[in-house]
Each structure stands twice: as C-alpha cells, then as structure tokens.
Design a binder for this molecule. Structure first.
Ligand code: DC
Length: 252
C-alpha cells in the first residue's frame, strides 16, 4: 500500500501556465499537453461555463449572491476522451455556447467575484487530485492555485506584439479595428488584471519565463516542452512523459 502510494504520488506532474491575455496560453497549453501525453485543464472554460449558466438562467452576472450560489451548486466535469476536451456543467455539454461575445462580456464580471473564484479554485484542485497529470492554464494557476506544481511557466509578450496578433486574428475574421484602440485595450486589461484583489495576474516567484514575442505557436510549444522535460528529468519522471523526436537537451 505504501509503495503504491509513493508510485502514484511520483507519477503526478502538474504544469501551470500563467500570463497576461493575448500570449496564446490556451493554444500552447493544449498543444503541449497533447505532445506530452498529459491532460489539459482549461480554467477559463470553467469561468465561462458559470457565466453561460447565469445568462441562460436569467441571472444578472453582476448579482454576486445569485452567481455565487450558482457556482457553489454547479458541478464541472471535463471529458478528456475527446480532443479538444469537452466541459460539462451539471451534465450538460458546454460546446461553443461558452465562446459567444455575450458570455465573454459576462465572464469578465463573473471572474472578479471572489466567492466564485474560491469555488472554481476548489474544483480545479479537486480535478487535479483526480487527474494529477495536467497542463493547466489561467492567470492564477502557478501563482495561487498550484504554487507547488512540478513546473510553473509564465508566458509573456510585449503589449505591442499581443496587439498585433489580436489585430491579425480580427482581420482574418474580416473585422477591422484601429490598431491603437486594440493596444489601448490590452494595456488597460493588463492593468486591471494586475490590480484585482482576487487571483491577480502576477509572475509566480521562481517560474520559468518565456517571452513569446517573435515566436510562432510551434516554437513556443517547443520551448515549453524543453522546460518541462528538464524539470521532469530532475524528478525522474521523464520516462512517463509522451515521446517525440525533439532534442531534449536543446535550450529554449
Ligand atoms: O481564457 P478565457 O478567455 O477563456 O478566460 C475567460 C475569462 O475568465 C477571462 O475573463 C479571464 C478569466 N479567467 C480567470 O480570471 N482566471 C482563470 N484562471 C482563467 C480565466
């Protein structure tokens, strides 16, 4: 029994990816998880699910008491057998309904609710206890939710680079927005994310920092993979990670 517990504990690998909006955290986190054979925890989707459920239940996202009750009463579960993982709220699949502009606007309010955050953090830790081989992404994951994670990464990029990427994404969708306006909204979002009292955006002490400026998604994932393998080697967990042909000794 003792031996089994030791092996199980040693097989746990939690990789956290924090960073400001627009650094591509979700995309690289899910790609990294796939490469390494780990599960991907999309914590933004959890906040979105609560916001979506509030909207469909005619609850005003600003009604902190009602939204808190909803968050405390809701069970969130991921199905990792499908790719990308599907999130269920009380057994109902969220699908793309949590990605609409209305939900995006509502979630910005819901994610500032301290009690909702506490409920989400509790569920995130419970998910990690049941699925201890995870890449988890969100601005508070390494700093607040999993401060003892095996690997903590902070993705960064200059606001101008993030604005440029955002502008390219919007142009690709046929939406043309003034570049200066996008930059201004990124700068003010950074400031409010850093200033908020619950789960503020901070660089976790001791985290590996990766500046994604000038790197495409594949190169960022390459850099993260090198970091994770370096840490995994240190705790003798390298053999339990997925394999690919990358030179493991390459520095990012
Ligand atoms: O990454 P995303 O756009 O899906 O996140 C949705 C919202 O939730 C966004 O307003 C940021 C917020 N969020 C948060 O406050 N803490 C997290 N761990 C993840 C997301």
């Amino acid at each position: 029994m003792q031996l089994m517990m030791t092996l199980t504990a040693a097989a746990s690998i939690i990789v956290t990816i924090d960073g400001p909006a627009g650094t591509g955290k979700s995309t690289v986190a899910s790609s990294l998880a796939r490469r390494l054979g780990l599960e991907f925890l999309d914590t933004g989707a959890m906040y979105r699910a609560i916001a979506w459920r509030a909207l469909t239940s005619n609850i005003d996202p600003r009604d902190t008491v009602a939204v808190t009750e909803l968050a405390l009463a809701s069970t969130l579960r991921f199905d990792w057998k499908v790719d990308p993982p599907e999130l269920f709220i009380d057994g109902v699949a969220c699908g793309d309904a949590i990605r609409t502009p209305a939900v995006t606007a509502a979630v910005a309010i819901v994610a500032c609710n301290a009690d909702v955050r506490r409920a989400m953090v509790r569920q995130q830790r419970a998910i990690a206890a049941a699925h201890p081989r995870l890449v988890t992404e969100g601005r508070d994951q390494g700093s607040a939710v999993f401060p003892d994670a095996t690997v903590r990464i902070y993705l960064d990029a200059a606001p101008e680079i993030r604005a440029q990427r955002r502008s390219e994404q919007l142009s690709a969708k046929g939406v043309h927005v003034d570049a200066a306006e996008i930059l201004q909204s990124i700068v003010s979002r950074d400031a409010s994310d850093r200033a908020r009292s619950e789960g503020p955006l901070v660089r976790p002490e001791g985290a590996d920092v990766v500046d994604t400026g000038g790197l495409d998604v594949e190169r960022v994932v390459d850099a993260l993979e090198v970091i994770v393998r370096r840490h995994a080697r240190a705790i003798h967990e390298l053999p339990t990670l997925g394999t690919r042909s990358t030179d493991e000794d390459e520095t990012p």
